[in-house]
Design a binder for this molecule. Structure first.
Ligand code: SER
Length: 316
């Protein structure tokens, strides 16, 4: 049996840093090569510095370790991307196309490419974005993900490259920080609560968005990558849903444990982005094709987030 050799690109990011450790636990450290543009003190072994803008750097590592699967997680997110629209487009597209090209030319059998709720825009039913909803993203990040989904389909149809993808909701976890997203508030709010600080929220209190607890996001990612090829029926990207929450709902859940916790609301441009995203997405297809089922709700997630962050801040 040929063992899979995995390469994670973007291993230092919010999802990458947690997913990398989960993959290493399952496949063994020696079979999971981590990479990012900067070294990471947490990942001393099995780490390669890769600038995914440079095709040769990816190919060198793929050849060196005979990589069979790539998780390509590097991207500029929705809010940060709006500051430099053309740069964001170039980076997100170039990195992705480099990965797809290296994969098809070097017999990498499977690629994971993350998409996002950001592919949806004003023309989608905010209350429920179905799998086949029209996608007309409002941010450059969303446009790059929508294009990426179509490229994933193209590489599968033209070259048989087995690219698999999820439209992630905003991800909430305690082990890592998000950077530059519109849903970052949902992690920051827990940090403020534990530090006993007031949180200044840049979204309106009632702005509901799809969100997911980190462990569920990891489990969905590993699950879709393990599913037999004949069960993968969506070759663009699967809608993935878990919770649908607004800042006030998270604040109230935190206040049940920290009654003195306070939030003020001062919206900025990120409110305009959130207003174009659906509040809920329909993930029936993922549930049907590969038995997707989230495990965590707001109460469980809040308890874990607060307990784990307490420990983390006490240690430091
Ligand atoms: N969490 C991401 C963002 O806010 C969505 O994919 O940009």
């Amino acid at each position: 049996m040929v063992r899979d050799k995995i390469l994670v690109i973007g291993a230092n990011g919010q999802l990458g840093s947690v997913l990398s450790v989960a993959l290493q636990k399952i496949f063994g450290k020696e079979n999971v090569i981590l990479s990012d543009i900067k070294p990471n003190p947490l990942f001393e072994s099995h780490f390669e510095k890769i600038d995914a803008m440079v095709y040769d750097q990816i190919e060198y590592v793929v050849k060196k370790y005979s990589i069979t699967q790539i998780y390509h997680l590097a991207a500029i997110l929705s809010a940060a991307g709006e500051k430099y629209p053309l740069r964001t487009w170039r980076l997100n597209m170039e990195m992705m196309l480099n990965v797809f090209e290296v994969a098809r030319k070097n017999s990498v059998s499977r690629v994971f490419f993350p998409s996002s709720i950001a592919v949806f825009g004003k023309n989608v039913a905010r209350s429920k974005a179905i799998q086949t909803s029209f996608i007309n993203p409002s941010t450059v990040y969303g446009i790059s993900k929508a294009a990426g989904e179509n490229w994933a389909q193209y590489y599968f149809d033209q070259y048989g490259l087995d690219v698999r993808s999820l439209r992630y909701p905003g991800i909430i976890g305690y082990k890592s920080m998000p950077g530059g997203g519109t849903t970052d508030y949902a992690v920051e709010i827990y940090h403020s609560a534990v530090k006993k600080e007031k949180y200044i929220c840049y979204l309106n209190p009632d702005t509901k968005l799809p969100l997911i607890y980190m462990d569920d996001a990891i489990h969905a990612t590993i699950e879709i990558m393990q599913t037999p090829i004949e069960n993968i029926r969506i070759r663009t990207s699967y809608n993935l849903a878990s919770m649908s929450l607004s800042p006030i709902e998270i604040a109230l859940a935190i206040q049940k444990i920290h009654p003195n916790f306070k939030v003020d609301y001062y919206t900025d441009f990120r409110q305009n982005i959130a207003a174009t995203w659906p509040s809920e997405i329909d993930d029936q297809q993922a549930r049907k094709d590969w038995n997707w089922q989230p495990k965590y709700d707001l109460t469980q997630m809040t308890k874990i987030m607060l307990e784990q962050l307490e420990k983390k801040y006490k240690k430091n």
